[in-house]
Design a protein around this ligand. Sequence first.
Ligand SMILES: [Zn+2]
Length: 332
Amino acid sequence: MRRSTFLMLSAAPLLVARPARAQSDADPATSSNRPALRVLLGAGDASPAANGTFAFQGRFYRGSFTRLDDGQIVNLVDLEAYVSSVVPAEMSPHWPPAALETQSICARTYVLQRSDPRRAYDLVPSELDQVYRGIEGESPNATAAVSATAGRVLRYNAAFAQIAYSSCCGGHTEASSDAWSSLPIPYLAGVVCTSCSDSPHFRWSMSLTLDQVAQSFAAPLAGLGVLDDLRITARDPSGRARAFELLTSAGSTVVRGSAFRRAIGARTLRSLLIMGLQRSQDGTAMTIDGGGLGHGVGLCQWGAHGMAVAGASAPAILAYYFPGTVVEDLER
Ligand SMILES: [Zn+2]
């Protein structure tokens, strides 16, 4: 389970020629008249291999490849083959079929919303978009879920929905506008989630030394003496910390919640859903009691797991976490 994605990348034009779309590289099992996706693999040599695949840096990929003017290799791959490799990287392939189908529809919709023919490629194969490892990333369970939902996408008012997901929301998903200080999106406003308590991250506790915090905020704390306490001064409607006040021997400074988590490290501070924040008895550390893992916007993956175990279908799960959206066929 990776970190979650949202459409945060800039769409700055790239000064490289756009490779021609491949016409005949679709996986025969999922071939369609859609143009191939263009996934940037990076610098290096690629060489054709058996059965319509090619090799690049020790991995095999479906489809074909092209080389950009700057020498980087781009994989031209069928949408469904791409999604088949992405789903197991973003969600355990051992999860129930409806959860994997939910992730498949999210992955497919994310790609289509993100693709921009004016750019030299559609996606990068990392967590900046979605993790893609070619054929070695595939798993039979996930491939079955992708096939079961082939060509199905999430739409809102006839447009592709903006997709966001994270591992565990801790009990309430976050509004995208609160997480990213952006314009509100009706279907990303946050919902109560009662299905993710099986996550190992549903509730957690950690200790953070004040030295760690001070080092992370050396610039804003310059000239303010020694950091000796930390408080949450504002919360989003979901309960997440919107702002922290860093109290020092000579004053205080306020830091946005998202900036705080980024500075401490998103893996160290699992989420901003913090129920308890107390200074340790010796005064050198903060004890933090929190819930969830990730930004909490959009799909709660552990919630999808819980709903799937309880018998919900993928469209029902998506309708719950993205209210007002509908699952439809791409080619209507
Ligand atoms: Zn949840």
